[in-house]
Design a protein around this ligand. Structure first.
Ligand code: SF4
Length: 377
């Protein structure tokens, strides 16, 4: 993915962000028209396949187990139910399905096998499949790729400097490593941030600079507005002004002309006019459906009305890349190898328990020099 060499430093990006608003939007709209069809906006759907109970402490997230937000921990959704939701999303015009699990990282267990199955089935429905499952090893990224995963979402959230004010349970570098594993597996990268968490404008620019420094910046950059949820550390954050999201979308558009800028969480508080300005400024995708993981989102019919009024058309899948093939043989091979690995681990654990249980007792020898009196003590 290309970056705009005109804005390859913090100072230049900051000056761009602070340009008179309408000039900024005009410049972004011009670039958008050069690289994308301005009438096309992709409708994506996000399903929470595993809600709540997460061990991380992301300050904005109602799914973190440590915050009292009323979000209960659930088990992984059944494959059949996910497929039914995917069908419904497709019927309503979505061409991309993102499946989110509230995990710190992916574990090589049966839940992951089921996610592989979901990816395979949704891909065979002709939708772009995206997952957001937390940290990912290179092997896990390859397994997802073999199943037909099109994109993987892993946000950097903010600048490296501000990140530690919001999250302490994992580092910025951990996130960068996952992005690298995704990239190396040949999966399209989706990574962006959240504005309105109390960060400075410099932090928003810092986030963009992190992508600027990558050899290959993300194909998708979601821009989220914080939805402050009661019970989270960021519950008292004020809603951002609409012009702030327009500025952020426009600056991202200009800095990364080829990437898809995704107008993501926080749309319920944006008027149709503000969203229209965001599309003008280069937003090329929205999340459709009444929920975004656990936070509210406009309904499908509200969005189709907005599309009609603004003259937008839903973007078809695989306009920016080919549909990945699900490699069934490799999926079966991987599954067998993992089952074998699990069996061995179980056997070793069992052997260790047996050893611990039947640890030979140390028999004390009696010193023959002790007299009877001493022995009877
Ligand atoms: S954002 Fe993701 S990793 Fe962070 S607490 Fe929420 S579910 Fe967990």
């Amino acid at each position: 993915m290309k970056v705009n060499p005109q804005y390859n430093s913090k100072e230049k990006l900051l000056a761009l962000y602070n340009k008179p608003l309408l000039e900024l939007v005009y410049e972004a709209a011009t670039i958008h028209r050069e690289y994308h069809n301005p009438r096309e906006v992709q409708m994506s759907s996000l399903i929470s396949i595993k809600t709540g109970g997460c061990s991380e402490d992301c300050g904005y997230c109602p799914q973190a187990a440590r915050y009292n937000t009323g979000v209960d921990a659930e088990r992984l959704m059944d494959v059949g139910m996910v497929i039914e939701r995917a069908r419904n999303a497709k019927k309503n015009g979505s061409s991309r399905l993102c499946m989110g699990a509230a995990w710190r990282e992916v574990k090589d267990n049966r839940d992951f096998d089921n996610v592989i199955e979901m990816v395979q089935q949704v891909n065979s429905m002709g939708m772009e499949v995206c997952c957001t499952l937390g940290m990912l090893s290179d092997d896990q990224a390859k397994r997802l790729k073999n199943a037909g995963l099109y994109a993987y979402n892993h946000n950097l959230d903010s600048s490296e400097e501000y990140y530690t004010d919001v999250i302490s349970t994992r580092e910025y570098n951990d996130r960068l490593n996952t992005i690298e594993n995704v990239r190396d597996a040949g999966i399209s990268v989706c990574s962006g941030g959240i504005i309105g968490m109390g960060e400075k404008i410099e932090d928003r620019i810092g986030l963009l600079m992190s992508y600027m420094k990558m050899d290959n910046p993300p194909e998708s950059i979601p821009i989220n507005a914080l939805v402050a949820v009661e019970g989270t550390p960021l519950e008292d954050q004020k809603e951002i002004e609409s012009w702030e999201i327009i500025r952020m979308v426009a600056t991202t558009r200009i800095a990364f002309p080829e990437s898809v800028v995704r107008l993501s969480a926080g749309r319920t508080s944006l008027s149709m006019e503000t969203q229209g300005m965001c599309f003008m400024a280069g937003a090329g995708s929205i999340f459709a459906g009444d929920k975004l993981l656990t936070t509210p989102n406009p309904e499908f019919n509200e969005d189709s009305e907005m599309f009609n009024i603004l003259g937008l058309i839903p973007k078809k899948p695989f306009q920016d890349g080919c549909q990945p093939e699900s490699n069934k043989d490799l999926i079966i091979e991987n599954k067998k190898a993992l089952a074998e690995k699990r069996k061995k681990e179980l056997e070793t654990a069992r052997e260790n328990t047996i050893k611990l249980k039947f640890k030979p007792r140390v028999i004390k020898t009696v010193d023959s020099s002790l007299n009877e009196k001493q022995l009877s003590k």
